[in-house]
Design a protein. Structure first.
Lengths: 266, 397
């Protein structure tokens, strides 16, 4: 007797859709994925909606509105496993930059009818609202890692998604360290691997798309960035990107932001 | 098939001098023997170890400037092929690759089959192995059970890593005596260089000056002597040997750093020391030092499956004592913070390695200093701990 196919749902919150599209980007593997799971809810792929409960929910996007905060609780209730995908879902995304500013000011400046806008003052990760079984990092996520998460789920094992630094992957790939050999500022030493060490392989510093690695020493790296000639504003802004609201990056950004405003070094 | 001097009946010269242009003949001769020649090449602002087929691939006229957390290449008008020192990679990339398949499995009916990788090992010829690197290969020979040793694993069963052993046995080593040292080099104080050996098949010393650009070539094995015989060469005179001695002497004189003497005992009696917390404030626990180290050998095991679960693979990949997962056992990781991770690495490398393998794990190449993004210096850490002991003299243990 054939196994019942697990029901897969893909949900979107405040996000650009790029991460869920990574699933459709799995071109060579897409048929195998479709054969292995029943795609029960995935609006980017099909209008068919099959009611829950779901065996696996992939959740993209951050919580940015009161409605989001309610909806994620319902999704959690009807999901056996809930995996968040991408920097929005795991850290609040680029839109979490508003957490550091006056949201009402933005609304008044941007919208003709501010009273139409119903938003939270912050953009936060899914795990700040409900229990999450696994977080898949990245802006966007790596499709190989997404397949690994699906593989692990279907085969009842832990995903191989190590939380070590980008540097380790650079060395596995044979990349020459651009920070040491060129003096290029790079967030690799405090950033979790997962993208395949893309930017350093193309002579660009790591932007930190995959968020903080395990036990990141952001203060030591920031000091080195200053030694390489970065001013306080550049250092603050380097931590204020897709994972700005991830704890380690948020705190390091905070440390450099006040001095940056005064044009000083902390 | 192993050929020896006696079997071949030819009186092989163990030492000769070749012209600059004969490096191509050396590469060709190795290629003709079926070796894939790996050597130094300039790529992405550094000298890396990549396949090469042409002598022009070598980084003629490029030298490296190295300091803690800093590496830069510069043109040098001497035009040496081996004027650089060591770069971010080591030969372990080839002898002990970053990722290796241990086995693959396939579900068949009610059971499964397991296959291990088969086939002959790659035959590498390493061109440009420095003294510190030759010593590092010798260290890994002990670690992987190719060479017996008097570390504490003797008396227990000695296991041999068959993959490493096969690649190692197949490898041909062309060493190079260093003519200059980088700011982060300290092989002289460890005793592994700048003169290479033993353990090479051939050893080159680049002789430049007075209008000449030649190499003294010394054979260290029978197969090295056989290969040397095939190169267009002249006899090595006394003056050549003197010039070669001056080359390594120049490297010795330019040695940028030195390791504390009797560092094994020093660290063993300072496992509790405020310096561990101090260095943890600077350490990124990014694992770069262990990745570039030519003797660090730690790995983890990763399993992959396909979506159906019908096909599985087990991989071994380089890991590091600087990752939190590395010390994970049931209930959590033993080494949560930077202090315990740095201490683990440094005390293993310089101290407990002796107990385990009967040798130091450090060969003084300086890579961990250069390629640390924040320039943490293992010799400076040792010196700081020594200094804290006040008047303690060298070898107080």
């Amino acid at each position: 007797m054939a196994r019942r196919k697990p029901k897969l749902a893909v949900w979107k919150f405040s996000s650009c859709d790029g991460c869920q599209l990574s699933l459709l980007d799995c071109e060579d593997e897409l048929l195998a994925v479709a054969e292995s799971v029943e795609i029960a809810y995935f609006l980017e792929a099909t209008r068919v909606e099959i009611a829950g409960p779901y065996d696996l929910s992939l959740v993209e996007g951050s919580i940015g509105t009161p409605h989001d905060a309610q909806r994620i609780k319902e999704i959690r209730r009807k999901s056996k496993r809930l995996v968040t995908i991408g920097a929005c879902a795991t850290a609040g995304g680029i839109q979490a930059l508003r957490n550091f500013r006056d949201v009402d000011g933005f609304i008044r400046a941007v919208y003709a009818r501010p009273d139409y806008i119903d938003t939270l003052a912050t953009s936060t990760a899914i795990q700040d609202h409900v229990t999450v079984d696994f977080e898949l990092r990245g802006c966007p996520i790596d499709k190989g890692q997404l397949l690994e998460v699906l593989n692990a789920f279907l085969n009842g094992r832990r995903p191989v998604v190590p939380p070590h630094s980008q540097c380790l992957d650079c060395k596995l790939h044979g990349n020459v360290c651009i920070m040491v050999a060129d003096g290029t500022p790079c967030l690799g030493p405090v950033t979790q691997a997962g993208c395949g060490a893309l930017c350093p392989a193309h002579a660009r510093g790591c932007y930190g798309c995959f968020g903080p690695k395990e036990t990141p020493n952001t203060a030591a790296l920031a000091k080195q960035l200053a030694a390489l000639g970065c001013d306080a504003r550049t250092i603050a802004e380097s931590f204020r990107s897709f994972n700005a609201n991830a704890k380690a990056f948020r705190e390091e950004g905070d440390r450099w932001e006040a001095p940056a405003k005064q044009g000083l070094k902390p | 098939m192993k050929r020896t001097v006696q079997e071949s009946g030819v009186s092989h010269q163990r030492r000769a001098v070749i012209e600059r242009d004969a490096v191509q003949a050396l590469i060709d001769a190795l290629g003709a023997e079926g070796y894939a020649v790996i050597g130094p090449r300039r790529r992405d602002g550094a000298i890396v170890y990549d396949p090469l087929t042409d002598a022009a691939d070598l980084p003629w006229g490029w030298i490296d400037e190295q300091e803690g957390g800093r590496y830069r290449l510069h043109r040098d008008d001497r035009g040496a092929a081996f004027g650089h020192v060591v770069g971010p990679q080591s030969w372990k990339k080839y002898l002990y690759p970053p990722r290796q398949t241990l086995w693959t499995g396939r579900r068949e009916g009610g059971g499964f089959t397991v296959e291990t990788p088969q086939g002959p090992p790659p035959r590498y010829a390493f061109l440009g192995v420095r003294g510190c690197e030759l010593a590092a290969i010798a260290v890994q020979d002990r670690v992987f059970g190719v060479v017996r040793h008097d570390g504490r694993s003797v008396g227990q069963q000695q296991y041999t890593d068959s993959g490493y052993a096969a690649r190692r046995a197949a490898a041909f080593i062309v060493a190079v005596n260093c003519g200059r040292a980088a700011g982060t080099c300290f092989c002289d104080s460890i005793g592994t260089g700048p003169q290479a050996g033993p353990g090479y098949d051939l050893c080159l010393t680049e002789l430049i000056g007075d209008g000449r650009h030649e190499f003294l070539v010394e054979a260290g094995s029978d197969r090295g002597a056989v290969l040397l015989d095939r190169l267009p060469a002249r006899h090595a005179e006394g003056a050549d040997l003197e010039a070669a001695a001056a080359v390594t002497e120049a490297a010795r004189a330019g040695m940028g750093r030195r390791m504390e003497p009797d560092v094994a005992g020093l660290l063993a009696r300072n496992l509790e020391h405020p310096r561990w917390d101090e260095v943890a404030g600077r350490c990124l626990s990014c694992a770069n030092c262990t990745m570039v180290c030519p003797t660090c050998f730690c790995t983890t095991v990763e399993d992959t499956t396909d979506l159906t679960g019908d096909h599985v693979e087990r991989w071994r990949r380089w890991d590091s004592c600087f990752t939190v997962d590395f010390s994970y056992i049931h209930g959590g990781s033993i080494r949560q913070g930077g202090a315990s991770r740095y201490r683990q690495w440094m005390t293993h490398k310089l101290s407990s390695w002796y107990e385990q393998f009967g040798t130091s794990g450090c060969t003084g190449c300086g890579r961990c200093i250069t390629w640390c993004p924040v320039g943490i210096d293992i010799t400076e850490e040792a010196r700081a701990i020594r200094a804290s002991e006040g008047g303690a003299s060298d070898g107080a243990d």
